[in-house]
Design a protein around this ligand. Structure first.
Ligand code: XMP
Length: 517
């Protein structure tokens, strides 16, 4: 079995980043919520070491989270980060106090003693930049520990017990603002825990193919292909495992961007030789959407119709035993909730939830352990074209939510498709596609007066949007230079009949959302 590291989550906003950093060095790890971790679950997981994450609670409060006490007697290396350091110190007999001197953001630590964690990265006497975010701090150490780095606000910024391989840092090594943080984590997992770092996408592909074969046997698998990264990688991987036992269904709702349906057919049917059912259901979808302008109503119609069409196609091919889904690790990680209570629904994102129960199929979810960037690496490994694996996210309801507040017609879809294609082409030509999270055009429900040649025009206004983001939860609008925007607006107005005005959306999320509706 590959080496693995267990990350015990105490609810920090950045726990996922610890996992990303560890995996980037070729070590498999999982995040488990603190309230599900016991000595037995640790033993069953069989890690080479354990990382305790940060978290919003205070060790000084009553009834706040703890690591299982038995962890410290298992002979495993432990690294505590922020709250993780504090609880480890408190559980081993040290003292943690609330402090008036809170430290948030960039700070500097003085390295005042050597320890295995700093080996090869930080020298004694150096002053190093870190990122802090804490109110409480350690004030007395348990036996066996010594201070190895200090900052103004944290006299115990890093503590170590080399004998037992226990380390605690008050700062966050997992964020990029701690420039050597990734290296410190690597030292922990590789040198201290002894992980080899052989968890690569190549190795993952092999083990996953074996798992899929074992799970599916001679059964039949059906996969809904959307042309997006996740379903494309799922399809390519499962096809490699079981060949013709897989059938992919591509439901074309008529709301795709220019050239997308052709690309899906070309790559999967022609290049990969996958059984692909391409259903042109655009008449059905557009018929049902006629006259509808409310965003939630549009989403519901599209979601329900998608399921109906998919189910009908599955029946036509004689059904299947398994449904393949592109569920990713961030969807699976159980989050630690301190606030409780339901959050407000801003938008009901369309997905095919409920389908497996309705059709009585079991799930095949080969990407359940992967983050998005790992899925992309796997896609490249499987030979999918770069433009497919590097593709921006595209919403399930497609262009329907990019024609806001108005009826969707083929004419409007055509205009939007042309403008959107020019926009993406300009972004690619400028070498900006990969630094932008999502970029798209929005056809506005307003006509404006213009003048072209000697004539008056009265055409649509079009908005263009581009945002940077790491997860779609928050986003900033992209700061294009004005030359780019000028070239774009003149190209769109000259080349797309029906548009005579282009505006740029300068709203971040929050307060805006990424899509307009
Ligand atoms: P918002 O607009 O909520 O979007 O800021 C966040 C991310 O989700 C995508 N999005 C959707 N994806 N079905 C989807 O599958 C939807 O109904 C939907 N609405 C928004 C959006 O493109 C962005 O990546």
């Amino acid at each position: 079995m590959t080496d693995r590291i267990l990350i015990v989550d105490f609810g920090s906003q950045v726990t996922q980043l610890i996992a990303r950093r560890v995996r980037e060095t070729g070590v498999y790890c999982e995040i488990h919520p603190f309230n599900k971790v016991t000595e037995d679950t640790i033993r069953a997981f069989d890690p080479k070491g354990v990382i305790l994450s940060g978290g919003p609670a205070s060790v000084t409060g009553t009834d706040t989270p703890r690591a299982p006490q038995g962890l410290f007697g298992m002979g495993l290396p432990v690294l505590g980060i922020c709250y993780g350091q504090q609880t480890m110190v408190a559980q081993l007999g040290g003292v943690v106090e609330s402090s008036d001197h809170r430290e948030f953001g960039r700070a500097f630590v003085d390295v005042n003693a050597a320890c295995a964690l700093f080996e090869g990265t930080w020298a004694v006497g150096a002053r190093e930049q870190v990122w802090m975010s804490h109110g409480d701090r350690v004030t007395a150490l348990p036996a066996g520990f010594s201070v190895v780095a200090q900052s103004e606000g944290a006299p115990y910024a890093a503590v170590a017990d080399d004998e037992r391989k226990f380390y605690g840092v008050q700062f966050h090594p997992e964020v990029v603002h701690t420039p050597h943080g990734a290296q410190l984590l690597k030292t922990f997992t590789h040198s201290i825990c002894g992980c080899v770092g052989d968890w690569t996408m190549d190795a993952f592909r092999e083990t996953e193919i074996a798992k899929i074969r074992a799970q599916v046997g001679s059964g039949r698998v059906i996969c809904g292909l959307s042309g997006g990264v996740d379903s494309s990688v799922v399809a390519a991987l499962i096809h490699e495992a079981i060949g013709d036992q897989l059938t992919c269904v591509y439901v074309d709702h008529g709301l795709m961007r220019q050239g997308e349906s052709e690309q899906v057919t070309r790559v999967f049917r022609d290049q990969f030789k996958i059984n692909l059912v391409h259903v042109d259901a655009s008449d059905l979808f557009l018929g049902l959407l006629a006259g509808k302008t409310d965003p939630e109503e549009k989403r519901k119609i599209i979601g329900k119709t998608f399921i109906d069409v998919f189910e009908a196609e599955a029946q036509k091919i004689g059904g299947a035993d398994f449904l393949a889904q592109g569920t990713l690790y961030p969807d699976v990680i159980e989050s630690v909730s301190f606030t409780g209570g339901p959050s407000v629904t801003i938008k009901s994102h369309h997905n095919v939830g409920g389908l497996p129960e309705r059709m009585n199929m079991k799930l095949v979810e080969p990407l359940r352990e992967l983050f998005k960037d790992e899925v992309r690496a796997l896609g490249r490994e499987l030979g999918l074209p770069d433009e497919m694996v590097g593709r921006h996210p595209f919403p399930g309801p497609g262009l329907a939510i990019r024609i806001p507040g108005q009826e969707i017609t083929r004419e409007k879809l055509d205009i939007l498709r042309k403008a959107d294609a020019i926009y993406l082409e300009e972004i690619r030509n400028a070498g900006l596609y990969d630094v932008i999270w999502q970029a798209f055009a929005v056809l506005l429900p307003v006509r404006t007066v213009g003048v072209m040649g000697d004539g008056r025009t009265y055409d649509y206004a079009l908005a263009v949007r581009a945002v940077t983001s790491t997860d779609g939860m928050t986003a900033d609008y992209y700061h294009f230079d004005h030359q780019f925007l000028s070239r774009l607006s003149s190209r769109i107005i000259n080349e797309v009949r029906g548009v005579n005005r282009v505006v740029y959306d300068i709203t971040s999320k929050p307060p805006g959302t990424i899509e307009w509706e």
